[in-house]
Ligand binder design. Structure first.
Ligand SMILES: NC(=O)c1ccc[n+]([C@@H]2O[C@H](COP(=O)([O-])OP(=O)(O)OC[C@H]3O[C@@H](n4cnc5c(N)ncnc54)[C@H](O)[C@@H]3O)[C@@H](O)[C@H]2O)c1
Length: 262
């Protein structure tokens, strides 16, 4: 798999080396030109056991360095954002680097990319930062049994929206396939999920969403599937109990301030 990691710091560089060791083709990106130049010269900017060996083994083979987000994202199938999130003056994580990178990625990606925001399962701005990136990339091929596009589907059917990330574990009831994903947003009627393995439109799934350790289970029907990567799940065929459970779950999360209300 072709992977780009945006940010070549402790997390990004070590992950890049490990992905290359696992056999992936990796581009480690950073906007610090001096850091990239040093890495190109074979210098290792951080101390991590076995990292120098891995970098030496894979550099210019399966592992390359770049300062260009645009080129690296376009050449990759999966992109990780691994830039810093320093503490802001208010004590919260400063997400401005993440947001800047998310915007650059959004302008570089095409239909073949998926975006996942594993660290976004917290309330507030974070959900919006990658939520909008997910949206820009995963919407909106509706009922593509006919390949027809319905750009207005979201507006028509998703009246109450909660853009935030929850881990989604799904079981396709007919095939028994299990698929993991991350929601980009929830609504009272359903949710959209970014996942690496698309399901069939019309498939019935049993899903569990987890947000900050809080779980909700439900039955759903896949209504929207992005070609190739990612999928949209629309929980319109919820039975009455599941629908009520989702609403109660969202309400409880708001009450405990684990997510924002609208
Ligand atoms: N270091 C850890 O042990 C650790 C552990 C768990 C989670 N994390 C989280 O992982 C994330 C990354 O942490 P880190 O320690 O690797 O940070 P880091 O500061 O070591 O590296 C971040 C890199 O991102 C680069 N960068 C910043 N803005 C950029 C942009 N616009 N385009 C390209 N590159 C850009 C910086 O130049 C830097 O090299 C943070 O959210 C951190 O909280 C870190």
């Amino acid at each position: 798999m072709r992977i780009a990691l945006i940010g070549s710091g402790y997390v990004g560089l070590v992950s890049a080396a490990c992905f290359a060791e696992l056999g992936h083709e990796v581009t480690s990106v950073d906007n610090d030109a001096a850091k990239i130049a040093a890495l190109e010269r074979g210098e290792v900017p951080i101390h991590e056991h076995f990292l120098p060996e891995l970098l030496k083994r894979h550099h210019r083979k399966r592992l390359n360095f770049s300062t260009s987000i645009m080129e690296s994202v376009r050449a990759s199938e999966v992109v990780f954002i691994t830039v810093g999130t320093p503490q802001s003056e208010t004590g919260e994580a400063d997400l401005s680097f993440v947001e800047a990178v998310a915007n650059e990625i959004a302008s570089a990606i095409d239909n073949s990319h998926q975006t996942r925001g594993k660290s976004l399962a917290v309330r507030g701005r974070r959900g919006h930062a990658l939520g909008s990136l997910c949206e820009s990339n995963t919407l909106m091929e509706s009922d593509n049994s006919k390949g027809a596009k319905q750009p207005g589907l979201r507006e028509q059917r998703y009246t109450i929206r909660y853009p935030f990330a929850a881990d989604a574990e799904m079981l396709e009831l007919q095939s028994g396939n299990r698929v993991s994903g991350v929601t980009s947003d929830l609504s009272a009627g359903g949710c959209f999920v970014c996942a690496g393995h698309p399901l069939e439109v019309g498939a019935r799934v049993r899903g569990t969403l987890t947000h900050n350790g809080q779980k909700v289970a439900m039955l759903a029907v896949v209504r929207v599937v992005k070609a190739r990567f990612g999928m949209g799940l629309e929980f319109l065929d919820l039975d009455a109990n599941s629908h009520a459970t989702l609403l109660a779950w969202i309400g409880a999360l708001q009450k405990s301030r684990l997510i924002d209300g609208e």
